[in-house]
Design a binder for this molecule. Sequence first.
Ligand SMILES: [Zn+2]
Length: 502
Amino acid sequence: MKYILYCRKSTDTEDKQVLSLESQERELLDIGKKYNLNIVKVLKESMSAKAVGRPVFEEMMGMIRNKKADAILCWKLDRLARNFVDGGLVIDSLQRGVIKEIRTYESIHLPSDNVLLLAVQLGMANQYIRDLSENVKRGNREKMSRGEWPNHAPFGYLNDKATKTVIVDPVRSKYVVRSYELYLTGSYGFRDIARILYKEGLRTKSGQKVQINQIQRVLNSPFYTGLMIRDGKYYEGKHEPIISKEWYERAQDMLAGRSRPRSKTLFFPLRGYMKCDTCGCALTASLKKGHHYYYCTNRKEICTEHKSYMREIYLYEIFGNILDKIAFSEKKVELMYEASKERLDMDSGYITKAIDTLRESLESLKSRESRLLDTFLAEQISKELYDERILLLRNEEVSLKKQIKDLEAKTPASMLEPTKKVFLQASRAKKEFLEGDDFKKREILENLCWNLSFKNKTVAQLKLKSPFDIMLKAPKNGSFQDLLPTRESNPNYLLQREMSYR
Ligand SMILES: [Zn+2]
């Protein structure tokens, strides 16, 4: 087929939202390329289709009559005609097969198509209204591909009504830059930033502190780097960037939690694990004269202790002492393990016996099943009865397997191994903490520590994650088994805790 690519846009108000001729052409050429269409001519017309007598339209119909073309590619049917004479001509040509196909952005019309439907699409108002929203979207996309922002300017920018462009807001753009500056230090959360900006004069229209989600939006939006995003697609904007791409990307990494802060001075290994016992706020950290200090954020602004600073080295010592409390010598752990295992083996002789019995029952199911099959094949029982019995056997099998599995979890080895592992881990924690780098220190705290609160620079409350909390209370000379307090009620006690902790 030989296609004529036909574009039309009039200066009528009803055509205001229609794509420009250039973008109709571009989109249609894309379709042509995609479907490998043979386009023999591109025709463009700036004229309303309400009245008869469009020269370019006449040229197109002439080419079709002279068989120089036999198909039309256009944005929408309403681009072809809006009056009944032209519309009738198009429909008639299509029905007689002189036009073999009219392809639009969203559909293909063939000679067999319903006439009424074509007539509706060629001219009627309601169709136009339906198309309008799609056209608005297309119009916006078109604007964006020219680098123009079709909406209200984001925070930090203004809409210049005279030039219809987006320009930098000299006042608010500074707060955008400041937000990034603060966030990239790694020392401030959204709430802190909102508070600081408020102190530095930023107000909402109603005179309030800006919302946290607004800070988040600012840190998240590529608009500040000069890019625009719509429906997942990026466009290069014409507006002036106020944030460098490097800053933006660093912020994205931090927002996604993907990266550890790059500068070591910004990384405070203990931050996030300590609270102020007086007011309940988290302790934060900052770098002063080459040292890390931790102190109360005083977020609730009621704290009397927020001027009390603790050096990081001082806190390492405290953490070291805590970890010392859960450390057992590895040799002792081995000894305790052996002793406990021996005792449990004696206690658990019945478990081994029970498991053996269950295994035998499981074996016997197989011979019962084959006997049942023999009976059925000898036509001594009906199919229904056979199915019923088989189902019972299957249920029994499932139940036996579960019982065996439950009992196996009660064997000394499966009970003690995970416990032993946790003990060894705890025993090594102090050494690893004191000798490890900042990231190792943090990892250990993450694994072991829930919450630690300070008052007057000393530990007020301490909470470790399970099962280390048990070990903290355990007598150092106690037997390993004392640490399995709920063994009778739930033999998987420590195992489950270990797993949830993992
Ligand atoms: Zn406090």
